[in-house]
Write a protein that binds this ligand. Structure first.
Ligand code: MLT
Length: 407
């Protein structure tokens, strides 16, 4: 008798963004003319930078000819891209990361979801609340989350509430944890940690033999001083932290797919019999067994984002979305909303009107204003009473949405 992984029965039947897409499609079917503005999932609206497209075309041409054709590449990524990543994202900022500590992939969603493969089911997992749903769902699938209650709070997860009362800064847990998911700039709240606040977590991880899984997918949106772009800016992080980065939101690769994970050779965890094991070795084994590498043409496109032209074009994209975030934040504030984020991140976290739940407000905005947001409750219990606005739309749509909210 074939048996399923029963953990899949325990998780909500649909992934958050699939549920939202379903509701939006129902609304669209019932109202085909509805002028819907999408500020839900953080999907970019501007096209790829020219430098990336030129590199894609050139690489595709290479694939046409026997002399330049490439088949399977190195699973960890081509040296040209790993070297460009190291030089531009780390060495240029005085950070010590080697090319063989970089693992190129098809997305930070896959990497943050798959990383659980190399960790024991017995680890105690801490997750900021609210958080990107992939962390909770994949730990639940892997059997580390225990049982959910009716509010979808899992018995074995340690939640680190982030709310206005603690200035969205997660406090150290009162019980010992082994794996800690941190995402900064934060999805969904758009808030950040200072160097000092992040150091508290690195120190905790060192003192408790814990590992930090640091999701830095939104690093390019940082505008303020004293906000770390990488966890490796914090002393000691090379011993306790993995970092996830993505070309999706920075260079518009949501549909093109490219990301990378940093696994320093100095990060160790323990086997059941207490032996120290390098995570780099395990992730390399996992990656080369379950993944055949990001396509050659896409890696060439990602490499091109580090060329002088590419960098300028990426900067322009980021500035465009950052301006959208400012427009959203200021318009919502003017309309009387309490808002957070949107300064170092492409997300604005807004309080729903008094007495309305996240989903009620989501439905109201969809049906009455034709605006798609993401209900805060979908990111965890502490997200209840909030909705998230994404700044990745066109300028026109962003301004129009804010006009609709003024009324
Ligand atoms: C989000 O909207 O939270 C993200 O776009 C989802 C993702 O990156 O998978």
């Amino acid at each position: 008798m074939a048996q399923i992984n029963d953990n899949f029965i325990k998780i909500p039947a649909t992934y958050l963004f699939s549920e939202i897409a379903k509701r939006v499609n129902q609304h669209k079917e019932a109202n085909p003319e509805a002028p819907i503005i999408r500020m839900g999932i953080g999907d970019v609206s501007l096209p790829l930078p020219d430098a990336a497209v030129d590199a894609l075309i050139k690489a595709a041409e290479e694939q046409r000819h026997a002399e330049t054709f490439r088949g399977y590449g190195p699973e960890q990524g081509y040296a040209f891209l790993r070297d460009a990543i190291v030089a531009n994202d780390f060495t240029a900022n005085g950070l010590d990361i080697d090319a063989d500590e970089i693992f190129v992939s098809d997305g930070a969603k896959s990497d943050t979801g798959n990383i659980g493969d190399i960790f024991s089911v017995n680890n105690r997992v801490a997750i900021t609340d609210p958080s990107y749903p992939v962390y909770v769902d994949t730990n639940a699938m892997g059997g580390r989350a225990g049982e959910p209650n009716e509010q979808n709070v899992w018995s074995n997860l340690v939640y680190l509430p982030c709310n206005a009362e603690n200035d969205f800064v997660p406090q150290l847990p009162t019980e010992k944890v082994d794996l800690i998911y941190l995402c900064y700039p934060n999805n969904p709240t758009g808030t950040t940690l200072t160097h000092e606040q992040l150091k508290v977590w690195v120190d905790y991880a060192k003192a408790n033999n814990a590992i930090i899984l640091f999701d830095a997918a939104y690093e390019a949106f940082i505008t303020e001083e004293n906000v770390p772009h990488s966890i490796y800016e914090i002393e000691g992080a090379r011993e306790v932290a993995l970092e996830f980065r993505s070309f999706s939101k920075t260079a518009g690769f949501t549909g093109t797919r490219c990301a990378y994970t940093v696994v320093p050779k100095t990060v160790m965890a323990f086997s059941e019999n207490g032996e120290k094991v390098a995570l780099n070795k395990l992730w390399n084994r996992r990656h080369s067994t379950k993944f055949n590498g990001t396509s050659y043409v896409v890696q060439r496109a990602a490499e091109a984002t580090y060329s002088p032209e590419g960098k300028k074009q990426v900067k322009a994209l980021i500035e465009f979305y950052t301006e959208n975030a400012r427009i959203i934040r200021e318009a919502l504030e003017k309309a009387g909303y309490t808002v957070y984020g949107g300064k170092n991140a492409p997300y604005v976290w807004a309080k729903a009107p008094e007495g309305m739940s996240s989903w009620e407000y989501f439905d109201y905005l969809l049906k009455e204003k034709n605006i798609v947001t993401t209900p805060g409750a979908g990111f965890g219990l502490s997200g209840e009473g909030f909705v998230r606005f994404s700044a990745f739309g066109s300028r026109e749509a962003t301004i129009e949405a804010m006009k609709r909210l003024e009324k």
